[in-house]
Design a protein around this ligand. Structure first.
Ligand SMILES: NC(=O)c1ccc[n+]([C@@H]2O[C@H](COP(=O)([O-])OP(=O)(O)OC[C@H]3O[C@@H](n4cnc5c(N)ncnc54)[C@H](OP(=O)(O)O)[C@@H]3O)[C@@H](O)[C@H]2O)c1
Length: 293
């Protein structure tokens, strides 16, 4: 049993990405991992294979937490509010989400009036997936953090992750949301790897989703013109041609998807501006039919 103390860094969410980051960070210094419950924490304490590394994490359940200076949140978006409350119980200086979708509002609402705690959402293109009991890293990426999270960026960099502060983090989040609203629902609906979306019959829908989303995201601060937006989505689908998007993995595993935080967020933004996005509305409804959001 690990004695609770104060950690420089904690990760809430011991899934694919949480364990991937934990394995790298643990090799460079102490990191606390928070699992969903005591049973999961006990199981993880026996060790878990993460790529070529055997991680024996310092893992805790929400009922018996240590303290931590900084917390990285890596649960699926539907679990954000509960995980944020756990994060706050670690008495941190800041809580950083690296989830997909836009969750900062949920995070701020869950963190309430604790003004002394920094709250922010960064983005990451690190990848990992669960394969039975083990976690398989899916290629190194880059992690961009909001200003104020320099200490976290330093720890990630020291552990060998490409990580930096991005002053224009809001625009970067919107660019990631653009990619996610285009690729994720289509991959899940058609059950195809990302690269298949570049060819007929899927390509016409991919382009429709990008062109519908673009004015809304541009209005919100996306720093790409319309052609560059499409080029960005095509580049990601090309670079990840053989990958199964996370929403497809969720559908295939019968798990809840992140459609609410991805397409749902876009639809809410559009509604606030009095705009209809019929293609996004259709894929939102269809994905919700496949699996609850
Ligand atoms: N995987 C990737 O390659 C990747 C890349 C970029 C971004 N992301 C984003 O990162 C986030 C996490 O993705 P993932 O693939 O790592 O998901 P995942 O494998 O499902 O892991 C999420 C983990 O969070 C745990 N959890 C749920 N609620 C919790 C709570 N209240 N307290 C503590 N732990 C809790 C889950 O426990 P249970 O197992 O008990 O449900 C699960 O182990 C998502 O928003 C995803 O979109 C993932």
């Amino acid at each position: 049993m690990v004695t609770p103390g104060r950690y420089p860094l904690a990760i809430v969410g011991a899934g694919a990405l949480g364990l991937h980051f934990a394995a790298g960070l643990a090799a460079a210094g102490p990191v606390a991992l928070v699992a969903r419950n005591a049973a999961r924490a006990d199981a993880l304490r026996a060790g878990v294979q993460v790529g070529s590394r055997r991680l024996v994490p310092e893992v805790f359940a929400p009922e018996a937490l240590p303290e931590a200076d900084w917390v990285i949140l890596l649960v699926k978006t539907g679990d954000t509010a509960e995980a944020a409350r756990t994060a706050l119980a670690l008495q941190p200086r800041g809580v950083l989400s690296l989830q997909n979708g836009l969750v900062e509002a949920t995070l701020r609402a869950a963190c309430g009036t604790t003004a002394s705690v920094a709250v922010g959402q960064g983005i990451t293109t690190e990848g990992a997936f669960r394969e039975g009991a083990r976690v398989q890293p899916a290629g190194a990426g880059e992690t961009l953090l909001p200003p104020g999270f320099e200490a976290v960026a330093e720890r990630l960099s020291a552990a060998g992750f490409r990580a930096r502060i991005e002053p224009a983090i809001a625009a970067a989040r919107l660019a990631k949301l653009l990619v996610n609203v285009a690729i994720n629902p289509l991959a899940a609906l058609f059950r195809v790897p990302n690269g298949a979306l570049l060819a007929p019959p899927h390509r016409v829908l991919l382009e429709a989703l990008v062109r519908e989303a673009w004015p809304v995201l541009r209005q919100a601060g996306l720093d790409l013109d319309e052609d560059a937006a499409l080029a960005r989505v095509v580049a990601v689908a090309t670079a990840t041609a053989g990958n199964r998007a996370s929403m497809l993995q969720d559908v295939l595993a019968g798990r809840r998807t992140e459609i609410d935080a991805i397409t749902g967020t876009l639809l809410t933004m559009a509604e606030a501006g009095g705009v209809e996005l019929p293609t996004h509305r259709a894929v939102f409804t269809l994905v919700r039919r496949l699996a609850p959001g």
